[in-house]
Design a protein around this ligand. Sequence first.
Ligand SMILES: *Cc1c(COP(=O)(O)O)cnc(C)c1O
Length: 349
Amino acid sequence: MILLNPGPVNVSPRVTAALARGDLCHREPECAALLDRIRTRLVEAFAPTGGHTAVLVTGSGTAALEMAVTSVLSERGRLVVAANGVYGERMAAIAAAARLPHTVVAGPWTEPPDLARVEAALRASDVEALAVVHHETTTGLRNPVPELAALARRHGKLLLVDSVSGLAGDPLDVGACDLVVGTAGKCIQAFPGIAFLLVRDAVLERLVAYPPRSLYLSLATYVRHPMPFTPAVQLAYALDEALAELLEETVAGRIARYAAAAAALRAGFARLGLECVLPPAWRSNTITSLRLPPGRTYADLHDGLKARGFVIYEGQGWFAREAFRVANMGALTPADLARFLDALAEVLG
Ligand SMILES: *Cc1c(COP(=O)(O)O)cnc(C)c1O
């Protein structure tokens, strides 16, 4: 089955094989070495100029996101969340669940955040951090992180970036961010179940001194001890292998491969008369949102394609009525994409 959903993704046979490296007690030095190597490889891949530390957590991307959001504020702090999709809203929901003061700057899902409104929200004296989504998976919109980072810097606020669907898919200057959240199971091409934070060293000490809002997800717990609870050892094997593969391909190479895949798909969609929801300038390298053709339902398209070996993805929220998504993350070849476009042409009749 070819997965054209934004994670879990198709992984290489080499990554699948790594699951079977063998049984391992997580209290043995081999496991510590494995997790150390993963953290080193994450920094090598995404923050190669140094200054950031990787923190691993067993759980899906949302676990690491919850760790970041609940660890970024002092007892007196407030978080500003720029939300133009489901994942911005999710960070606000995490803050709400933890009873953390937060201000949501909500905007239309099909546009980047309004920088003037974000800046106005940052002016409140209790604000300590700005949270943004790098790649809004809801629509496939790449948010302007450099501009948002400049605003945060100008006002002396920390910048927290949800790059769960962005890292290794679209360029991100991690050096300009204080906390970046990522996951194994999307553009890194490993399995879901391990997620991580890249935290700026210069702020780490301050953050771990804040009161913990959670036991399992407290950043301080993981900084003091890299393995406080049982990690998903076999998934770590696969992540280790996927990172070796990524470093061989290089992050820039992976991003270029995804950009080429998206371009090939979008040219094919245009030939089939399908219309993209977003203008070209805002589109990420890994998700294309398309308007449902008149008279066709998502279920129609999905079931026809699944019968031919391809899984596409529904829209989220109100978006589901109007649009559907095709992702191109994972170990996909140009031939896979060409066969998908043929299958889509057949299903569209
Ligand atoms: C996938 C995703 C998440 C986390 O989802 P999980 O299902 O918890 O892995 C968070 N943010 C974005 C932008 C995502 O695409």
